[in-house]
Design a protein around this ligand. Sequence first.
Ligand SMILES: Cc1cc2nc3c(=O)[nH]c(=O)nc-3n(C[C@H](O)[C@H](O)[C@H](O)COP(=O)(O)O)c2cc1C
Length: 207
Amino acid sequence: MKKQERKRTVVVAICGATGVVYGIRLLKALLARPVEVYLVVSRAGAAVLRHEADYDGGPFDDYLRRQGVEFHWDARLYHHDVNDLFAPPASGSFRHDGMVIAPCSMKTLGAVASGIADSLIHRAADVCLKERRPLVLMTRETPLNLIHLKNMQRTLLAGATIMPPCPGFYTRPESLMDIVDGTVARTLDQLDIDNDLTKRWGDKDLV
Ligand SMILES: Cc1cc2nc3c(=O)[nH]c(=O)nc-3n(C[C@H](O)[C@H](O)[C@H](O)COP(=O)(O)O)c2cc1C
């Protein structure tokens, strides 16, 4: 029998880098289980969601349902405005299991690396670092300049996980979503959240 899963609380941010599909697939995987998700979308993130993924600016839960997200009966989604510094993830006294920024732009990376906390995304990430909670940055840019690399180094040294979406092909993905879900699976692993989104090395049919 599968052991009872503990209800997790995760902060998810979507920034204005290309690849917002990573954020959507992460939300799909999270909301399929008993979870509380605190979601923050930057202004640029909303613009890229419109451009790449048919976001209409309406309520986010309706949008996610149209994107094929099925909510577990015990899943809760709280969507906070990016300027709402009164939202729970802005405070260290709000307990959660970690934050993922997917995708994470170089601007947001720079803000986190510099400790500039003037939006809910930057502040929530800053709080994760000071509270020693998992912070996964799905940084998306290529090629990288020295400033990007130094900012990655600074955030890594401060405790973040730098997780650019670099697909593995040893699982023999058959579709674009298999490739995206491969990265989402590794991201959930970082938060110690059970998932079988992709095959694992050591699985009988893989090796
Ligand atoms: C369609 C589109 C794609 C973009 N892709 C990237 C990207 O992959 N990486 C990046 O760092 N910035 C990218 N940008 C630029 C960011 O959106 C911009 O720097 C913005 O200020 C980021 O703000 P945010 O971090 O608050 O979301 C893109 C912009 C647009 C319009």
